[in-house]
Design a protein around this ligand. Sequence first.
Ligand code: XMP
Length: 510
Amino acid sequence: MHNNVLILDFGSQYTQLIARRVRELNIYSEIKPYNNPPKDLSIYQAVILSGSPFSVRAEDAPQPDLSQIKGKKPLLGICYGAQYLSHFNGGNVAPSATREYGRANLSYVKEEEQFLSGISEGSQVWMSHSDTIKELPENAVRLASTHDVENAAYRIEGEDTYGIQFHPEVYHTKDGKKLLENFLVNIAGLKQDWTPDAFVETTVAELKEKIGDERVILGLSGGVDSSVAAMLLHKAIGKHLHCIFVNNGLLRKNEFESVLDQYKHMGLNVKGVDASARFLEALKGESDPETKRKIIGRVFIEVFDDEAHKVENAKWLAQGTIYPDRIESVSASGGPSATIKSHHNVGGLPDYMKLKIVEPLHLLFKDEVRRVGRNLEMDPAILGRHPFPGPGLGIRILGDITAEKVSILQEVDAIFIDGLKKWGLYDKVWQAGAMLLPVNSVGVMGDERTYEKCVALRAVESTDGMTADWVNLPYEFLQKTSNDIINKVKGVNRVVYDISSKPPATIEWE
Ligand code: XMP
């Protein structure tokens, strides 16, 4: 069993980053909401309290019972966490004279402290708080200050309890990772054994044990998560894994054939099912985005279900669900109402299938999935692919969908994406694609007036798709791409580039 760090979440926007930083140190960590903490604390070797949008002085502020943690396990409070540990142990937290957001530098550092080893005066830290710890508890020792924050870091005498006002988890805190390492490795004594090698080894062993001789079915999408999940299962159970890759007719140009080929080269037992006609027929005349999504989801389940029934003795359904899909999130506005975001890559199968669910990636963040994929020596082209929505081009053709529109958009998209790759821009962009607009506009080609379709190109940078900004692609690239599209794709006479951020726009147009 690997080491485990418990991160108690009080609703900070940075909580996931704490887990990411801890895991970058090759130490496993789990996020749990403060109002639904784990019953069994014996599996955790250290605990971190996150920041929070609440003030400790507010009546409805989170006040978890830490009696089984404080003084018993190494404990680090960050921002709200530090204020909480102070306020309820004889200290005094009050509103700051000025709100403190952004950059600050440590002006005093007790360098001989193990907690601050390797961190010196002047080190940049990132603040985001409107309360401040005016007085520390009696048994606390001040470890660091900034110009505006006297008690920027402290320790409780006789315990492995620490508090810091700034955020070590954000990159702007230059020595943040060092500080977490000091706490977790030097003070708490955790082993740095959460590596892709170890993950692959233990996961494969667990899958073998859990699944035994039974058969598993998995829906491949061409994306990173389902592909890595498939490779892990393949390593564990070989041909007992039956993969199904459905062509819904809304994939990118040549994608079905090329991805299927890649999967076969990886040794996967995969069946390609071309159901394009079935999807197009079901979508005929439908132009409402949500209805289109529902139809695509329903037909997918029907097709997948038909195929799954052909696999004799299938007892398991594998999914590429990853950790962020499962974290119980603390609502910043709604007090203790923890909600679980659930995500099903296959959109929820009919109950009568009665399959057991296996999710080999459920502990991993996206970049960890990629690391595991590299460890499994998977093709970098698969691991680095942009996200692509399940309904595919179906939600990038605004309005109703026809085979002709799909074919036009596939050509446009291929010119754009191939161009990004040729110009070395593909890996700098988080997601890119083209939209076919329900707009005809006047143009002139040769001596003739045209009245043809308009396409929009979209390229965004993002980390999780929740917020995104448009990418400043070079004008020369846009110029060449637009020319290529208008010259090569019959039916298109106008190209526009989408310069909207999310929010208020979304990434997809539908
Ligand atoms: P939006 O358009 O909401 O997209 O800003 C955020 C991310 O989600 C993807 N997306 C979808 N993925 N089914 C999916 O599997 C969908 O219906 C869907 N809609 C949007 C989108 O491509 C982006 O990565």
